[in-house]
Design a protein around this ligand. Structure first.
Ligand SMILES: [Zn+2]
Length: 320
């Protein structure tokens, strides 16, 4: 299912002024020669902490139709940092709203810089975790929704394929044929790859710990179904089956300098459906970082708080 491509990694010492706090170490520009579509290339900038062991040279990551990327951790790490909503790429999606309106949707619905937070935390961890990143925006397909009627967000047009946006305005027409095509080309390969990665961690270490890295706005958006609950600096999403108390306590300790709340304003944790409520050795926790803790809202630059959040996440990785 997955296609392995070779990635040429080049160390770029010149930092990017946009992220001054990170311009102190190696920057690495990763160009992924992408066969889908022909001639396209995906460029991503990795943070100051090199994501791989080597300083430069060729590394391999796995992609599937550009929908996700896996950054390897150490062989003995059971931890997977899952980053589902960091991308602003809407490649392949068509909308009935204008490009500037799509940009506004992205400003509010993207968990900006959560990919950077995960990579920085991975680099600071004693045992490097694995990272699974969605390379497309949730406006294309949201990999964390249930793909069937059990998904409560369908009530506001935000099931796996959103027909409505953050302010409940229409983004696309109702089209079950298109939805099924997107599930086939995006949702299911993504889920299969995540399931495979969880299976590999289970086989290698006897367990898997999925830590979902999200962020959310300080002020509730119109689409939110549970907007009246507390909006702490850090929301910990737990699941009755997959989140053991010890994991929740580890998160509470790692993020002790932040005000925390469990399951508000967002609840639950992501586990691939193949393991959902079946495999107790697959544990999971969602970290929802309130965006004012690390960036200018909405869609502005990161702040110095990003380093603090990433350091706390690294502590959790080490304890998980
Ligand atoms: Zn999110």
């Amino acid at each position: 299912m997955a296609t392995t491509v070779t990635v040429a990694a080049t160390t770029v010492l010149a930092g990017r002024p946009r992220w001054p706090t990170w311009a102190v170490g190696d920057f690495r520009e990763i160009v992924i020669a992408n066969p889908f579509p022909p001639g396209a290339a995906m460029v991503t900038t990795l943070g100051a902490v090199p994501p791989f062991g080597a300083k430069s040279g060729k590394q391999e990551i796995t992609t599937d139709l550009m929908t996700y990327a896996i950054f390897p951790g150490t062989p003995d790490s059971p931890v997977i940092l899952h980053v589902p909503h960091a991308s602003r790429s809407v490649a392949g999606a068509e909308f009935t709203i204008s490009p500037s309106e799509v940009a506004t949707e992205l400003d509010h619905l993207t968990d900006a810089y959560t990919d950077m937070i995960a990579r920085q935390a991975a680099g600071a961890s004693a045992s490097r975790p694995w990272i699974f990143e969605n390379r497309l925006s949730r406006l294309v397909v949201d990999p964390e929704r249930f793909p069937d009627e059990s998904e409560e967000m369908r009530a506001v047009g935000m099931g796996a394929v959103y027909t409505h946006g953050y302010a409940r305005r229409r983004l696309r027409s109702d089209d079950p044929v298109r939805d099924e095509a997107l599930l086939r080309t995006h949702f299911r390969p993504y889920a299969a790859a995540m399931t495979d990665l969880v299976g590999e961690r289970l086989a290698a270490t006897g367990r898997a710990v999925v830590i979902d890295v999200h962020s959310y706005p300080a002020v509730a958006l119109p689409y939110e179904l549970h907007a009246s609950g507390p909006r702490p600096e850090i929301c910990l999403g737990s699941d009755a089956f997959h989140t053991p108390p010890v994991l929740l306590e580890a998160a509470s300790t790692a993020f002790s300098r932040f005000k925390r709340y469990v399951n508000s304003p967002f609840a639950g944790a992501y586990v691939p459906l193949a393991h959902y409520r079946r495999s107790p050795e697959v544990t999971a926790l969602m970290i929802e970082i309130r965006r004012d803790q690390y960036m200018i809202e909405p869609a502005g630059a990161p702040t110095a708080g990003l380093d603090v959040v990433a350091a706390a996440l690294a502590h959790l990785v080490d304890a998980a």
